[in-house]
Ligand binder design. Sequence first.
Ligand SMILES: *[C@@H]1O[C@H](CO)[C@@H](O)[C@H](O)[C@H]1NC(C)=O
Ligand SMILES: *[C@@H]1O[C@H](CO)[C@@H](O)[C@H](O)[C@H]1NC(C)=O
Ligand SMILES: *[C@@H]1O[C@H](CO)[C@@H](O)[C@H](O)[C@H]1NC(C)=O
Ligand SMILES: *[C@@H]1O[C@H](CO)[C@@H](O)[C@H](O)[C@H]1NC(C)=O
Length: 301
Amino acid sequence: MCWLRIYFLCLVVTFCILFGVSHSTSDSICVLSDAPQQCGAFCLAALHPLYDQYSKSRQQEHSQEAMVKMIEDFRTEQKKIVNSEEAILKIIADSRAEQKELVNDSQEAMVKIIAESQAEQKEAMVKMIEDFRTEQKELLNHYYLDVRELLNELAANLTSTARRDESTLQSMPVTVPPGFQKIGSKYFLIEDNEWKTWTGAEETCREKGSHLATFRNEDEFEAVARRVHNETIFWLGYRRNSKGEMVRAAGKEESFMMRRLGELNQNGYNENVILYNLSIYYTNYKFALPFICQLDTVQER
Ligand SMILES: *[C@@H]1O[C@H](CO)[C@@H](O)[C@H](O)[C@H]1NC(C)=O
Ligand SMILES: *[C@@H]1O[C@H](CO)[C@@H](O)[C@H](O)[C@H]1NC(C)=O
Ligand SMILES: *[C@@H]1O[C@H](CO)[C@@H](O)[C@H](O)[C@H]1NC(C)=O
Ligand SMILES: *[C@@H]1O[C@H](CO)[C@@H](O)[C@H](O)[C@H]1NC(C)=O
């Protein structure tokens, strides 16, 4: 570019010199009185627009360059801005990821804590229930023991009360129906004036609140048998029931006499039992005989 400019300038100078010379030779319009001066002025005048153009273009070039530089700067700036935006975006993304992680971590921690606390609570609950059950069991055991103790005490008290009642009964004055006398521990009525059949005799005893006599043991039997006349026959309170079994008129069985009657039972069809000559015998008598009643209970006065 520079070489081109220099070349162009030389061309112009050469042209001026030549142009000035020709004018002077032909002696026409242009006569140079002071050739170098005039040519120089001309040249300058001729070159001026060119120079202007040149400086303009130079200015333009400068401004273009400035523009380009500006643009470049702008681009760089923009690039920088873009870069910083990216950086910001990255920071935001990073912070988001971090936040997410934090949230995740805290969530996980929370979930863990909740799970642990739930497990703990459950354990505590299970323990509480177990403790409660154990306690209840113990309480129940204690309760049962207490109840058992109480029942034992009550039973003991009842037994002692019953014993006391019995002794009280025996020592207390009692109301005994007329004609009954105490033989051993029981009251008996020996009836040998008004004779009855077995059924009639039992009926008469019942009217007096008693039954035909039976005996709980040998002593009782002996005591009564010795009290009556040994040659008189008395009805006793035994009979054969519909099944063929000997039973007491009063209902309850007494093993002593039942055994003794069993030993005597040679005639299966005999229906009743009598007392005669200090012994007992089976009989089928249908006629009236003396009889002995016994009181089952004695009423307190
Ligand atoms: C949380 O983190 C766990 C592992 O640490 C991962 O398996 C899970 O996908 C993450 N959850 C979220 C929502 O990022
Ligand atoms: C048993 O008798 C004793 C003494 O009489 C009394 O203190 C106690 O309360 C009685 N027990 C019961 C269970 O009735
Ligand atoms: C009754 O007893 C008397 C005197 O002990 C006796 O002589 C008599 O023979 C007895 N009667 C009978 C039936 O055994
Ligand atoms: C009365 O009993 C006695 C002895 O228990 C006896 O020796 C006597 O023979 C009996 N009398 C009659 C009549 O069965």
